[in-house]
Design a protein around this ligand. Structure first.
Ligand SMILES: Cc1cc2nc3c(=O)[nH]c(=O)nc-3n(C[C@H](O)[C@H](O)[C@H](O)COP(=O)(O)OP(=O)(O)OC[C@H]3O[C@@H](n4cnc5c(N)ncnc54)[C@H](O)[C@@H]3O)c2cc1C
Length: 325
């Protein structure tokens, strides 16, 4: 195997497609079936207008990956015209992406294995490649190069990653349809935060002395459901730690959304939390891992992952190819 990609979320999935396009033998290992949650699964998936071309290109090559053009209204503090003006944007439907990615990877010849990587063993004189210890496999897997695209769990596999790579916990409500319909009249344009408060929270992470949280109000269709969110919680230090108290986080989220749509205070829904990687300086980890033996790469910690990943993945894939040649 030329390259092992650890993680089949947005980052690992799109990168694996690019690596395969360059003719490399790629295997993706993903632990989401083994209890390692994926941030990509619960994302709003909103992307900046300029990134539409990169998604259109990906879909031309690999079929539908869930990218759609949409209208939205800005919500919350700072919304121009009180959010009455619909604005164009595009969005990747996260549940559709999750369904379609395995099919696109299979068509591209990428081997996928549902398994959790427990440890990474660097090359030695006897073993020139990187070796991976997997949860459900006795033998070690060997690859010439390894890409860490394990999102919030990347540091578990290589603790020396830069300190700017950190983890927040994001919480959302999956609203349940009720017999009488939804708590709004007629069709509703999706709502996105007018300003993402999360960015200031992330920038201040290195100076935090106690945990801090913020709500970025959003409301988006989600298959048969609607997704309402998002509450972000950041702790001091580098470890994700245990999930925050779900009842408290849900209460905070509902309280923050109620002034925008009062029915959300009590509307039936399931609260979900996932850890999300970010870099406190806003610069994602993209490239060879500093201080590691050759052949270890990182692709994690994005500020606007659905915008950035399709733009960055082709260049990273070329760098990995050049290093292996
Ligand atoms: C509610 C919410 C709203 C968001 N809204 C937006 C938005 O509008 N726009 C935007 O750009 N971003 C948004 N984000 C952020 C975005 O979703 C994430 O930054 C992005 O999905 C991260 O992708 P990833 O592939 O790096 O990580 P993940 O999606 O977390 O994928 C990592 C994968 O690695 C696997 N893994 C972990 N450890 C191991 C291991 N040891 N062995 C094997 N596999 C492992 C996991 O199972 C997982 O599948 C949002 C996030 C949330 C939660």
């Amino acid at each position: 195997m030329d390259v092992a990609v650890i993680g089949a979320g947005l980052a690992g999935g799109v990168l694996a497609l690019e690596l395969a396009r360059l003719g490399l033998t790629v295997r993706v290992l993903d632990g989401s079936g083994a209890g390692q949650p994926a941030a990509s699964q619960w994302s709003y998936g909103a992307i900046a207008p300029f990134a539409g071309a990169a998604w259109a290109r990906l879909q031309r090559r690999h079929g539908d990956l869930g990218w759609r053009r949409r209208w939205f209204r800005p919500w919350g503090a700072g919304a121009a015209l009180g959010g009455r003006l619909p604005l164009p944007c595009s969005r990747v439907l996260a549940e559709r992406f999750r369904q379609q990615l395995p099919l696109a990877l299979a068509r591209a010849g990428v081997q996928c294995r549902e398994d959790r990587v427990l440890a990474l063993l660097p090359p030695t004189g006897e073993h020139p490649g990187w070796r991976l210890r997997l949860a459900a496999m006795v033998d070690l897997l060997e690859a010439r190069q390894v890409v860490l695209a394990a999102g919030a769990f990347s540091r578990d596999l290589w603790p020396q990653l830069p300190e700017r790579l950190r983890v927040s916990w994001a919480g959302v409500l999956l609203l349940e349809p009720q017999q009488g319909g939804w708590p709004w009249a007629g069709p509703l344009a999706m709502r996105l935060p007018a300003r993402f408060q999360r960015l200031a929270l992330e920038a201040g992470a290195p100076a935090l002395r106690q945990e801090a949280w913020q709500v970025d109000p959003g409301l988006l269709p989600w298959g048969e459901h609607w997704l309402a969110g998002q509450i972000s919680l950041v702790r001091p230090g580098l470890a994700a730690g245990a999930p925050p108290d779900a009842a408290l986080q849900e209460h905070r989220l509902r309280q923050a959304l109620a002034p925008l749509l009062p029915a959300l205070l009590h509307w039936p829904g399931r609260f979900q939390q996932v850890p999300v990687s970010f870099c406190s300086d806003g610069q994602a980890l993209v490239g060879a891992v500093d201080g590691a033996p050759p052949g270890l790469w990182a692709f994690a910690g994005f500020r606007a992952a659905f915008t950035a990943v399709p733009q960055l993945a082709p260049a990273l894939a070329r760098a990995v190819q050049a290093a292996g040649g």
